[in-house]
Design a protein around this ligand. Structure first.
Ligand code: MTE
Ligand code: MO
Length: 471
């Protein structure tokens, strides 16, 4: 179709919504399928997953499309061409390592699709103490590995020997323990820190956290079963390796201090269930490490191997990422060896509703209804959430509406809170602030300026939401 204009893959990528039109590519063709989406026999959600990209990987997954019939329908929506070069780049997707990634709930908002990284809308997040599995944020560094239960084994290396456990072994040989724990990415709320100065990392909002129940054996029970002794001075770290690997076959990896791993009260779980169901693929099927109170990055999914060691994991993500730095350290001066790997996270909170920029009708008593979450690492419980609508002249304490019953320092779950905050009369625009206080009386810093760091991690300053008041 040489009569049609030539588009680039970058231009195609911009067209991912009804408003911006939904474009896809197939071979050298560019198609505007906006009108077709609602008629798609497989549902509009599924076809929308191809928005802005090649539909080939999807057609490979759903073989039914490979018919002259379907091609003829598609051809009706043709609006242009890719250059020959870009078309072959797009068809390089045919061997797309992400082609076998699971389907995701359309409410998840991706910050990247390959690898898949996405967070739910914040207002949904604060509606449920236990985050539904399909709406739990996803943070993948690599394609989701395709694992079958019968081929799955967990290998544990201890003093030069390998021990192997099937999923059934993990279920049958050990007590099944269930804990409620929030998992949060070190980059949660990074987008706000970016407003101070750009950082390197996914542009996350404030929903990169979720709260779930996790079930499986205690890591400490499994380690003791193979003869690991709590007092062994040669053991310092427990390393985890995922079954997800990069092009060089290097797995995702991380480690945690031995102290946390071997202490039954550390509650580290080799989870095979999330919210009472088998782990979903995106969250680590069939087994993941859940290290409560510790940064998401150490909660290794698709757990394939554990190494009982005297040293930390040599993984990129343990050594050269997920560390904090002084705000003046930049990419020319950074020395990753100088900072410890993040483990326990600091206290954080966020206002999940209302959204920034919304127009609010005041309650009859001149207040605005707010809700959100608060959480702290290390098993510290949230003891207070403070909210102000007048830049700190008057602070109100929110009601903690949902909280786990576990006591600190084993309080792993998040807290949900809500409050009706009085708003000064006659205001047309209000900035709402929230900060939480944990059971060690740690609280959040006021601004991002002095906690800025080049990776945009530990982004826990007061959460501020600006809204307009309806006349
Ligand atoms: N484990 C493996 N094997 N591969 C990964 O990419 N990402 C980590 C961690 N475990 C990751 C992993 C990071 S950075 C986070 S924040 C959490 O998983 C995210 O867990 P979730 O996707 O279940 O929410
Ligand atoms: Mo993360």
């Amino acid at each position: 179709r040489p009569d049609l204009p030539v588009y680039t893959l970058d231009e195609v990528m911009q067209h991912t919504s009804k408003e911006k039109r939904i474009w896809v590519t197939y071979g050298q063709g560019v198609y505007d399928i906006t009108e077709f989406v609602p008629q798609h026999p497989g549902g509009s959600e599924k076809i929308s997953m191809a928005a802005g990209t090649s539909i080939e990987p999807f057609w490979m997954l759903y073989g039914v499309h490979k018919s002259p019939n379907v091609l003829a329908i598609l051809e009706k929506y043709r609006i242009g061409n890719l250059s020959a070069e870009e078309a072959s780049e797009a068809t390089a997707n045919m061997e797309d390592p992400y082609a076998k990634d699971p389907r995701r709930h359309p409410a998840l908002k991706p910050s990247s699709t390959k690898p898949f990284n996405a967070e739910p809308p914040p207002s949904i997040l604060a509606d449920s103490f236990i985050t539904p599995v399909d709406l739990f944020y996803v943070r993948n560094h690599l394609p989701v590995p395709d694992i079958t239960e019968k081929d799955y084994n967990l290998e544990i290396n201890f003093k030069g020997k390998d021990y192997t456990f099937s999923l059934n072994d993990l279920k049958k040989k050990f007590e099944k323990v269930t804990i409620t724990a929030a998992v949060m990415c070190a980059g949660n709320r990074r987008g706000e820190m970016t407003q101070i100065k750009p950082v390197k990392g996914l542009n996350w909002g404030h929903a990169v956290i979720g709260n779930a129940t996790w079930s499986g054996p205690r890591l400490s029970d499994v380690l003791k079963y193979i003869g690991v002794k709590e007092e062994d001075p040669a053991i310092q770290h427990i390393q985890f390796e995922g079954l997800d690997t990069d092009v060089a076959n290097v797995p995702y990896g991380a480690s945690i201090p031995f102290e946390k791993a071997i202490d039954p009260k550390g509650d580290v779980i080799l989870a095979y269930e999330m919210n009472g169901e088998p782990l979903p693929r995106d969250h680590g099927y069939p087994v993941r490490a859940v290290v409560p109170g510790v940064v998401g990055a150490r909660n290794v999914k698709w757990l394939g191997r554990i190494v009982v060691s005297d040293v930390e994991s040599d993984s990129h993500w343990q050594q050269n990422d997920y560390k904090g730095f002084n705000p003046s350290v930049d990419w020319d001066t950074v020395d990753f060896k100088k900072s410890p790997a993040i483990q326990e996270l600091p206290v954080i909170s966020a206002i999940c509703s209302p959204d920034s920029g919304s127009v609010i009708k005041l309650n009859p008593n001149n207040s605005i209804s707010l809700k959100g979450y608060a959480w702290s690492g290390g098993g510290r419980k949230i003891v207070r959430v403070d909210v102000t609508a007048d830049s700190g002249k008057t602070w109100y304490s929110a009601d903690i509406t949902d909280q786990d019953t576990r006591k600190e320092p084993r309080h792993w779950g998040w807290s949900l809170w809500s409050i009706d905050v009085p708003v000064p009369k006659g205001t047309s625009e209000v900035e709402l602030w929230a900060k939480a206080v944990d059971s060690s009386y740690n609280t959040q810093p006021e601004t991002f300026a002095n906690i800025w760091n080049l990776r945009g991690v530990l982004s826990n300053a007061y959460h501020r939401v600006k809204v307009k008041v309806a006349a």
